[in-house]
Write a protein of this length. Sequence first.
Length: 68
Amino acid sequence: MKLKELREARGLTLSQVAQAAHVTRAAVCMWESGARQPGLDSLLALADLYGVSLDALCGRTPPGQDAS
């Protein structure tokens, strides 16, 4: 899943995501552009904020599920 798509689907601003993840707005911009990757603490905060699993957030198919 794309971070920008998740953010926009929930009607959140970059600043709101940054506040929830305890990072700067610039950090969120870099994650969304692919220039940087969020750390584990930030990934956990994003997964909670967006209501998705870490597997889904990282684009990974969970074990036991087809990649169809």
